[in-house]
Ligand binder design. Structure first.
Ligand code: SIN
Ligand code: FE2
Length: 213
């Protein structure tokens, strides 16, 4: 397994002083993650939300946890209820709490307890333009981002929209963590290329764990 190449410790790449790529860290969690994903999308199906500018996002999304990230013509916000079903989002599964904690601790952020998980689904061609994660109340907690399925290129920029960006290839099982001085870095995902993943088919699933409330 990829995660065992370095004597049981997954390869860690430093992307910025407080941003790390943990290669393959999620691989041992995959069977439980896929089972959890089935449950989540059964209760809260993926949907294409509209941006405040009025455009449908190419990425489809859902959430789990006490709070879920939503977008509509009035703006971006966290909400305890799924606006489509008016029911609470499905709970954050234990497997995600465990993975988030392992990843955050390895990246230098001990005691991370997320209360929100945004689940993004990218079909080939879907992309996410450069943005900051800044709808959370407290920026002292990091962001933990788990990638499953077909590969993508993550773009990590600086604290303003202009300037140099780093292109980071992400594979199934990779986890990126950013926090502290890097918490508000701009980031995005380039249009995802056509590909097939043996477990997930032609899609990439990204789970972004945050402390939102
Ligand atoms: C996000 O910024 O919400 C998702 C990033 C990713 O899909 O890798
Ligand atoms: Fe983001």
């Amino acid at each position: 397994m990829q995660a065992d190449l370095f004597g049981g410790t997954p390869a860690e790449l430093v992307l910025a002083p407080q941003a790390k790529l943990l290669k393959g860290l999620a691989l041992p969690y995959v069977p439980r993650l896929l089972a959890a994903l089935e449950q989540i999308q059964h209760t809260a199906p993926f949907r294409h939300m509209v941006t405040p500018g009025g455009q449908a996002m190419s990425v489809a999304l859902t959430n789990c946890g006490a709070l879920g990230w939503t977008s509509d013509r009035h703006g971006y916000r966290y909400s305890a209820l799924d606006p489509d079903t008016r029911q609470p989002w499905p709970p954050l599964p234990e497997v995600l709490l465990q993975l988030a904690q392992e990843a955050a601790t390895r990246a230098g952020f001990a005691n991370f307890v997320p209360d929100a998980c945004l689940v993004n689904r990218y079909r080939p061609g879907a992309r996410l333009s450069l943005h900051q994660d800044k709808d959370e109340r407290d920026y002292s907690a990091p962001i933990v981002s788990v990638s499953l399925g077909i590969p993508a290129t993550f773009v990590l920029g600086g604290l303003d929209r202009v300037g140099k960006t780093l292109r980071v290839p992400l594979a199934h099982g990779d986890v990126v963590v950013w926090g502290g001085a890097d918490r508000l870095r701009y980031h995005g995902v380039l249009p995802v290329a056509q590909a097939e993943h043996p477990l997930l088919g032609a899609q990439r699933i990204n789970l972004t764990l945050r402390k939102a409330g």
